[in-house]
Design a protein around this ligand. Structure first.
Ligand code: XIL
Length: 314
């Protein structure tokens, strides 16, 4: 049957994957699947601060350029990921003891150079990533501590300046359902809009546990769309306690299907991106002990029941 992207193209929908520049270069089976199945792509690590500006004002675009070349050669819409984030942030920023005005100019220079390099080529930027904690309070990052909550509005405006064509998004995990953390985004985005700050979308990462798709996912997507912004599922994976049984793989397929259905039921939900191509390179086993097999293709690049479920949804 036709690949996912053919069906998605016909519906005007985006089905994306996070892609790693090193695997694109070294693993042709990985690269083939990435090109064949997906009409959108997110760099898994290549555009993060530690990759692009490992020391102050020393930029390295090797991996990011390789990723962009691949995405463009394969006609994939790109989600830039990510400009301002507390993780994978080099220590020269985190522990630089910058004053407020210094850190603002460090942030502005970073955004200018990274978003500026790919201006006109990025559909969406995850401008700020993971700014809130589970209870809806602000995460105590170096950006929040030094600049206060306005660092988000500043980063959005700086990105608009550097790439006027990119859509400007926020992105986080555990905001898939209606809860205290997604409420914090709802309120922030409502306030940003009221203040005239440019904001185009909210990314729900959706790093999910098998059998635990939030019941309020569609309602949550709908309330953000009702604010007049777009929504996407940006980092979907569904992790299973290893080893994965056949019935768990079937549950996983139902979970993927529910996420697809929730997004497709809401007009402003434009894309579903999975956080990797095949299970063996997933970040899940490295991050969640004993968990794995979260993606659409298994270790030998065979489609799983979850692949069929996504296919049927398109
Ligand atoms: C992960 C990558 O997949 C790993 O390769 C890396 O070691 C750590 O980061 N939320 C995000 C992503 O926004 O950037 C993270 O990606 C997963 C959680």
């Amino acid at each position: 049957d036709a690949p996912l992207r053919d069906h998605a193209d016909q519906m005007g929908f985006e089905i994306g994957a996070a892609l790693a520049a090193n695997h694109l270069q070294n693993d042709s089976q990985y690269a083939d699947l990435a090109a064949t199945e997906f009409n959108a792509a997110t760099p898994e690590n290549a555009m993060k601060w530690e990759s692009t500006e490992p020391s102050r004002n020393q930029f390295d675009f090797g991996s990011a350029d390789a990723f962009m070349d691949f995405a463009q050669a394969n006609n994939q819409k790109v989600r830039g990921h990510t400009l301002v984030w507390h993780n994978q942030l080099p220590s020269w920023v985190e522990n630089g003891n910058f004053s407020e005005s210094e850190l603002r100019s460090v942030m502005e220079n970073h955004i200018d150079r990274v978003a500026g390099r790919y201006a006109g080529e990025i559909a969406y930027w995850d401008v700020a990533n993971e700014i809130f904690l589970g209870d809806g309070s602000w995460r105590d990052s170096v950006f929040y501590r030094t600049l206060g909550p306005d660092f988000v509005a500043d980063a959005l405006r700086m990105t608009a300046e550097a790439d006027p064509n990119a859509e400007l998004w926020l992105n986080d995990y555990s905001i898939d359902g209606v809860n205290a953390k997604s409420d914090a985004y709802y309120n922030l985005i409502r306030d940003l809009i009221a203040q005239g700050v440019p904001i185009d979308g909210i990314g729900l990462q959706a790093h999910l546990i098998n059998g635990q798709v939030p019941g309020s996912l569609q309602q949550n997507i709908q309330r953000f769309a009702d604010l007049g912004i777009k929504v996407a599922i940006t980092e979907l994976d569904v992790r299973i306690e290893m080893p994965a049984s056949q019935s768990e793989l079937e549950q996983q397929a139902r979970d993927y299907r529910s996420v697809m259905d929730a997004c497709q039921a809401v007009d402003g939900c434009v894309a579903v991106t999975v956080w990797g191509v095949s299970d063996q390179y997933s970040w899940v086993p490295d991050t969640f002990e004993g968990q794995g097999a979260p993606l659409l293709f298994n270790d030998s690049y065979q489609p799983k029941p979850a692949y069929d479920a996504v296919h049927e949804a398109l």
